[in-house]
Write a protein that binds this ligand. Structure first.
Ligand SMILES: Cc1ncc(COP(=O)(O)O)c(C=O)c1O
Length: 403
């Protein structure tokens, strides 16, 4: 018979489960794919501590790990990001924030006098990493679409030409999914004759979806385009139920960061010491289950749904906009009666819907039905004109994206 304690624990778990199920249908504002079933891995949660302590490429003394899967996942992502054969290394992080911290730590070791340039649209984890590492930095303006303002970037670098340049390029900003083209960054640095440079690509959300496109038809962001390191999240496009990420760097860059892990029997090359073996297993599983073709299909379907969502909003006369290739649709923040029901990320009068794999057309139609109730009863196009006066510039001036 179950004890009172058991019953109390079960009641808490049941309540949690109900709450999580109840928010699913209206959770369309955050970039977590929900179309992958990780149930086959549940057997590994019963009694094994899976700890990928130390370097993924050296098994080390602790026997319960998933480093073989970790290496396979890092290699998969390194191939996708066109990392140089024979000069690549990486590991599974706790998320993109740790990937940014690792990359900046690496860059600081290579260029101790470097200045970090990053756009005002960068994720707050970049500010945090700069703070922790005490690195000098310059926040560059972003344009109306969320992209780095390259004129401002050039002017800032020009003022500091005696210092090495470290750039954090956004490959899909958090709010608008804008991309800072890494090829353009290099052209600017070439034009200023800056030799000592390091470019990190924060590709948390968009790295894998963009990598599946023809490189000629998408912005530059990977190693072949000039990145020195790339981070992609595991819990965003790959939908892992535990937050994590894959950071990939040029192996030749990180020789100076290797410490011995002592009793662990594995070099201490990562930011944290103990690392989740479950996260590595989940990323590996998602990559294997989909393969390149499956991942590409998911990305294409997500873009199609984003185009559909954008179109629906435009037809309603609701201010909306989207960056090319993105899953993200930016819209004027709806009134509280809508935002209290729908989980949209909102700031400065703008919100976004992210059409991640797992978000359905039915959900979008349900959202639109709620929005129609509060939309002004004015002809299509007229409202758009009227609300523009009070809108944040990004919605007013950005060019509508192609599908
Ligand atoms: C562009 C970008 N970088 C970094 C992060 C931080 O990722 P994490 O929460 O996995 O640490 C996010 C999170 O949304 C992001 O959008």
């Amino acid at each position: 018979m179950a004890s009172d304690g058991d019953l109390a624990i079960q009641a808490v778990l049941n309540e949690l489960s109900e709450r999580l199920e109840s928010v699913l249908p209206t959770n369309i504002g955050f970039p977590a794919a929900s179309d992958v079933d990780f149930g086959s891995l549940s057997g590994f949660f019963h009694r094994h501590l899976l700890n990928n302590l130390g370097d993924p490429f050296t098994a080390g003394a602790y026997p319960q790990h998933t480093k073989t899967m970790e290496v396979a996942a890092v290699t998969f992502v390194a191939d996708l990001m066109r990392a140089p054969e024979g000069d690549r290394w990486g590991y599974i992080t706790t998320g993109a924030g740790e990937g940014n911290l690792y990359a900046l730590h690496l860059a600081r070791g290579l260029h101790p006098r470097g200045i970090v340039y990053y756009s005002e649209a960068a994720h707050y984890s970049v500010d945090k990493a700069l703070d922790l590492l005490a690195m000098p930095s310059i926040r560059v303006r972003a344009d109306h679409s969320g992209r780095m303002d390259f004129e401002d970037f050039e002017a800032q670098v020009d003022r500091n030409r005696d210092r090495p340049v470290i750039v954090v390029a956004n490959i899909g900003t958090t709010m608008t999914e804008a991309v800072d083209d890494v090829r353009t960054i290099h052209q600017i640095l070439d034009s200023l004759a800056i030799r000592r440079r390091y470019v990190h690509a924060d590709a948390a959300l968009s790295g894998i979806p963009l990598a599946l496109m023809d490189p000629q038809e998408r912005p530059g962001f990977d190693f072949a385009d000039g990145a020195d390191s790339v981070i992609v999240s595991g819990h965003k496009f790959l939908g892992t139920p535990i937050p994590c990420g894959v950071v990939v760097v040029k192996a030749s860059h990180c020789a100076h960061l290797t410490r011995t892990g002592g009793y662990t029997g594995s070099p201490d090359t990562t930011i944290t010491c103990s690392r989740s073996g479950h996260a590595a297993m989940m990323i590996w599983y998602a990559l294997c289950m989909h393969g390149i073709d499956g991942l590409r299909t998911r990305a294409e379907q997500a873009r199609e749904l984003a185009a559909y969502t954008h179109q629906q909003l435009v037809e309603l006369g609701w201010d909306a906009w989207r960056n090319p290739y993105g899953f993200t649709v930016v819209l004027e923040t709806p009134p509280p009666v809508v935002t209290q029901k729908w989980a949209l990320a909102s700031t400065h009068g703008r919100s976004h819907i992210i059409c991640m794999p797992g978000v359905t057309r039915e959900q979008i139609d349900n959202f639109m039905a709620d929005l129609r109730v509060v939309a002004d009863p004015v002809p299509v196009g007229a409202r758009r004109q009227a609300t523009h006066n009070g809108m944040a510039p990004v919605l007013r001036t950005a060019t509508p994206a192609t599908a």
